[in-house]
Design a binder for this molecule. Structure first.
Ligand code: ADP
Ligand code: ZN
Ligand code: ZN
Length: 740
């Protein structure tokens, strides 16, 4: 234990020559556990596994979790842990075992996996928060005689709220702003008091949903019949009533007295979705998303760990919720890329949810209108039960899809005359139109018309994106910003022109072309704040108007007035080199098309392209997503890509490319030649320089998981000890989503 070697305090057990030690998982990037002498208190015992302990580490103090009890011959060489944080294990049972699995699978230190899994306060060593619900009531003195309070003041309004009895704090939040200061002042005068509420009161009585159609009924019956672990792929077109199926399955799960966990993509977790869950289930729905503060997260974690939270709906990291009484796990939009964590511990929430469902012995439902090729492959192989919902539920009809060949057509800011005419028609009918362009900003490039110079990012191998109508430049890879130059730095010409179309430019043009209608742009630039999307959509309401934006618009709020979806500029995506690009593009097109005509009015989808004959478009338009997926799976199989191969990508970044390459070459040399694993690289990353760092990568591929993980088991623990690794930032990505 070189790192912690110098013993600060001595520990010996007078009774035996060897002593029991704590084997502690720490959040540091080193591939082993750390031995500590126990802190003052009870003697080490295997029952302490999963308890948090504060330990010295170098000159710092860290919070670790006991992963086991060990024996050492020479206890004097050990430092002693400082103190116990928990008196009982924080991590136990299935979650604890599953985190071990995740550490093995990602080949990451257990301590870092644990730290990724825990909410901030628990990670930092704070106590598990209490999860009582609190309420306020008038004291005897506050009730009789009625206190004289100046009318209209907050204290008086609060007293009035409480006149009918106890009101819980969540409800007060909705009734009055800043009721807490009023409560404090009344409490000081002995007029009100805070009391712990025994049980979470029901929100309301559950509302009943529509009677399921035949396909839904079959899916619900299959899922609720599961006895123990079973995986279902709920493969249903947009609007086919997948959410209804989840709700019914959750109702059945609650009726058995069990907990349900629902994962949704970040942008799918809208207030509308939540209120649908709350209304239908009639019990508190606990929510976990990136907008919560740390303490709220920790409270939901604690409520789940105590079995009080019965339904938890959350984004990616909610997959780490403790479920001592699990009954069901649902992953909505299972194909969504946001389930994959792209830094730190690169876990995939869908895949980890499957592992947990198996360990918990419960049913897991993967829902999507555009299932990932992995999941379709698993369904075909019989590992998942394939449930299809082929029809839209209720009255809605599938949209009519048209491919618009715009070759040789005059385009104004990227829109053809046919598209403009179509938009006019739908607007005049009182409907809404969505114009989809997957490129935020004003234009992708600033070009000098005289010499061909394009504005590059100084720190990345990528052009800067033009924003603010041409006045500002922004790098979408490293975040660099600057104002646009007035003259070309190469030739001095003033003929600098934004090239290509982004959402801002489309918006500008649409505002000009349709001055009588609201035009609302929605992309990551405009939805910085949580719920901003919701507010913007609400501002449009039912009025005829235009939404323009990126794939953020492909999900979320229902738009019953939306009857035309125009997709422009998909052509870049048709020719991307990444092996998953076609799958992503097809999913995006189907998802955004699914926004059209969710209500009674039939919808239309227009794809404007210069490549109307492209096989992807032809297959997708004529055969639908499944025809596309079939063809794509065949190509993946022929090319030896996932799901027919298993990949691991080792990325390295350094100031100098030689350092990154030297490190990856050293890793490559560690792999035995007879391993059934293909090695590609070191080679430059598809974007060789980003944020000032040179980036290279080593790709490992194997037709089977076992040999790949065998190699990683052997190699990964040695990497941090390589001298070549010192000047390099590196990361290992098992099952990378893309090779960038
Ligand atoms: P998905 O999750 O597949 O997009 P939803 O569950 O949101 O579909 O259903 C789409 C719409 O159809 C919703 O407005 C929902 O209330 C309605 N719906 C779902 N199932 C039925 C049904 N069996 N009968 C009538 N309407 C339904
Ligand atoms: Zn120039
Ligand atoms: Zn950059």
């Amino acid at each position: 234990m070189g790192v912690i070697g110098s013993a600060a305090s001595r520990y010996t057990d007078p009774m035996t020559s060897s002593s029991s030690t704590l084997r502690v998982a720490l959040p540091v990037p080193l591939p082993h556990l750390f031995d500590y002498a126990p802190p003052p208190g009870p003697a080490p015992d295997p029952a302490m596994t999963g308890q948090r302990v504060r330990v010295p580490f170098g000159s710092r103090e860290l919070v670790g979790v006991v992963a086991g009890i060990g024996q050492v011959e020479d206890p004097a060489s050990l430092r002693a842990a400082i103190e116990w944080i928990d008196t009982t294990p924080l991590l136990t049972g299935e979650l604890w075992r599953s985190l071990h699995w995740l550490a093995r699978y990602t080949h990451a230190p257990l301590g870092e996996v644990i730290s990724t899994a825990l909410p901030g306060p628990l990670r930092r060593g704070e106590a598990v928060p209490d999860t009582h619900r609190w309420g306020w009531q008038l004291t005897d003195a506050g009730r009789d005689p009625q206190p004289r309070l100046r009318s209209g003041t907050r204290p008086q309004r609060l007293a009035e709220c409480l006149a009918g009895g106890v009101v819980d704090e969540d409800r007060l939040d909705t009734l009055m702003d800043d009721w807490r200061s009023a409560a404090r002042s009344l409490a000081k005068r002995g007029l009100v008091e805070r009391i712990a509420l025994a049980h979470a009161p029901a929100v309301a009585s559950p509302a009943s949903g529509p009677a399921p159609n035949a396909e839904q009924a079959e899916a619900i019956a299959a899922i609720t019949a599961a006895d123990g672990f079973a995986a279902y792929l709920l493969d249903g077109v947009t609007g086919s009533g997948k959410t209804e199926v989840y709700l019914q399955a959750i109702v059945a799960c609650l009726a058995r007295g069990k907990q349900a966990l629902v994962l949704v993509p970040e942008i799918g977790l809208t207030p509308q979705t939540l209120s649908r869950f709350r209304n239908r289930l009639g019990i508190p729905v606990h929510v976990l998303h990136s907008g919560l503060n740390d303490n709220e997260r920790a409270r939901v974690w604690a409520a789940a760990a105590r079995g009080e939270a019965q339904v938890i709906v959350g984004t990616r990291s909610a997959v780490f919720t403790p479920l001592p009484n699990a009954g069901l796990i649902v992953i909505d939009e299972e194909h969504d890329g946001s389930y994959k964590q792209q830094d730190g511990i690169r876990y995939h929430a869908r895949d980890f949810a499957l592992v947990r469902a198996k360990a918990l012995d419960v049913a897991v439902v993967l829902g999507s209108a555009t299932p990932s090729l992995e999941s379709l492959h698993n369904a075909q192989a019989g590992r998942y039960t394939h449930l299809r919902l082929k029809q839209r539920a209720g009255a809605a009809r599938p949209p009519v899809v048209r491919v618009l060949d715009v070759r040789k057509r005059p385009l104004r800011d990227g829109l053809s005359p046919e598209v403009l005419a179509g938009i006019t028609q739908h607007l005049q009918a009182g409907h809404q139109v969505l114009v989809f362009k997957n490129r935020r900003g004003y234009a992708p490039v600033l070009l000098c018309h005289d010499c061909g110079w394009t504005a590059p990012c100084q720190r990345c191998d990528a052009p800067m994106t033009v924003h603010a109508g041409g006045r500002r430049l922004q790098c979408h890879h490293c975040g660099a910003r600057q104002s646009a130059p007035l003259a070309c730095p190469d030739c001095g010409s003033l003929a600098l022109q934004p090239q290509g179309i982004g959402t801002e430019r489309l918006e500008e043009h649409l505002v000009e072309a349709f001055p009588d209608f609201p035009v609302i742009r929605i992309d990551r630039g405009t939805t910085g704040k949580r719920d901003a999307l919701e507010t913007q959509l609400a501002s449009l309401g039912d009025r005829a108007g235009i939404l323009v934006g990126t794939q953020i618009l492909a999900k979320g709020h229902d738009l019953p007035k939306l009857t035309l979806v125009v997709v422009v500029g998909i052509d870049e995506g048709l020719f991307s080199a990444d092996f998953r690009a076609s799958e992503k593009l097809a999913q995006q097109l189907i998802q955004v098309a699914g926004r059209a005509g969710r209500a009674v009015d039939a919808g239309e989808v227009w794809l404007q392209t210069h490549h109307p004959g492209h096989p992807l478009l032809e297959t997708l338009v004529n055969g639908g997503y499944h025809a596309f997926a079939e063809a794509e799976l065949q190509q993946r199989e022929a090319a030896g890509f996932p799901p027919f191969a298993h990949l691991a990508l080792l990325r390295a970044e350094a100031q100098q490319v030689e350092h990154a390459n030297a490190m990856l070459s050293a890793v490559r040399a560690l792999i035995p030649d007879d391993a059934a694993v293909e090695r590609y690289g070191p080679m430059p990353a598809p974007m060789p320089r980003r944020a000032g760092y040179q980036r290279t990568q080593l790709l490992l591929s194997s037709p089977a998981r076992r040999p790949l993980h065998g190699v990683l088991d052997q190699v990964t623990p040695q990497i941090s000890a390589l001298p070549q690794a010192r000047r390099v930032r590196w990361s290992l990505d098992v099952d990378p989503m893309d090779l960038y």
